[in-house]
Design a protein around this ligand. Sequence first.
Ligand code: SF4
Length: 457
Amino acid sequence: MTHLTKSRISLTNLSENFEEVDPGLTNQEAIEEAYRCLYCYDAPCITACPTGIDIPTFIKKIASGNLKGSAKTIMTENAVGASCARVCPTEELCEGACVLNHSTEPIMIGNLQRYATDWAIKNEQVLFKPEKKNGKSVAVIGGGPAGLSAARELGLLGYDVTIFESEEEAGGLNSYGIVSFRLPQTISFWEVEQVERLDVDIRTNTTVGKDITVDEILDNYDIVILAVGMSKVPNLGISGENLEGVYDAIEFVKDTKTKPLSDKFLGKNVVVIGAGNTAIDGATCSVRLGAENVKILYRRTVDEMTAYDFEYEFAKQDGVEFRWLTTPTKIIGDEHGRVTGIECIKMALGEPGEDGRRRPVPIEGSEFTIKVDAVIKAIGQSRYIDLIDQFGLKHHDGVVTVDSESFQTSNEKVFACGDVIFGKGQGEAMVVSAAQQGKEVAYAVHKMLFKNVSEPA
Ligand code: SF4
């Protein structure tokens, strides 16, 4: 994978910096790689994929030139399989389990998955057809990976499905929250289109609780699936957060995917607070917008950071600096209300807290100030507690309580999946896990409404 280095940043045409960094495999590379696969019996890569994609089969189809069949094998198990090819931590999942790790190099499963799905996107393939309706209706709240996956599966099972999506387009994190140079919007939009082709009604720019009431949803659909994901980055709880030049990382990344790129970061010093994948995205976007120096501040150490290893490497290659065991105490501004600096304090790791992770504690007298022009907050995301309360669902600080097998909430008509049930202190949820939950919720709904049916094989 090639990365943008400081010297290669275009200061005249910023959009070049946001082009996809990895060009993908050439035809020849893909065929050669596909031939390396041993097509193992009981292939461990399948078990290691949270969505259980039949990896040897899709690879074999690449080798035999059946690219549509290959893409269909992938997308049948994972409705967001084209995005996952780019964003999954494959070295921890399928590639980490490949038997060839013991002898040579694992098969480049992610890249082959991308090769097949890219072919389908480029050739405008429609992989699934609507099924005969079964007379039942489902409202899916949220069109991100979990919601899309549930909707796709229910569409294939003959349900009348409506997705309510507050953004202009569906796709959630894949459309708006992952930087374009890793995941361009076209990929996510194609996945959305595959779902729409199943006669799934996607009502965008529609916020449940505002544009349509919760009661209307509950009254008009047989089943509701809550898959709203997460909301904005919460406040740090320090002074100066309202100054000009302080950004929410989620909004910041979204702007780079939806608005003309601005040159306001050119030559600037930027600090990103947090060390998850979104923090890395905020930092690498800042580099590509021309920032002179980008630092990530994290109150714990490299061992506790939640960003994937490949994201961490990516940021280092972009020249991002990491300041471990450092927490901000105050954002400083000038008389015009603009950020000029950030006051920090050094931390040490103390006893483990409730979540089992060692708690960072400030070291008295270690305060220091960094001169900055912009601060990007990336300390996790808040939850849609108000909406969850409107549905009257049991939850723990915004984490909806569900039955671990059926994903049913405290209201038997309402199911939930994705980030809205992802517990605190577990780092960041994977897109691929959300996709799998969406499938499982769809099967649970089907089982409840049509007793005695088993999951699709
Ligand atoms: Fe191919 Fe590796 Fe999976 Fe075996 S484990 S089927 S070699 S990708």
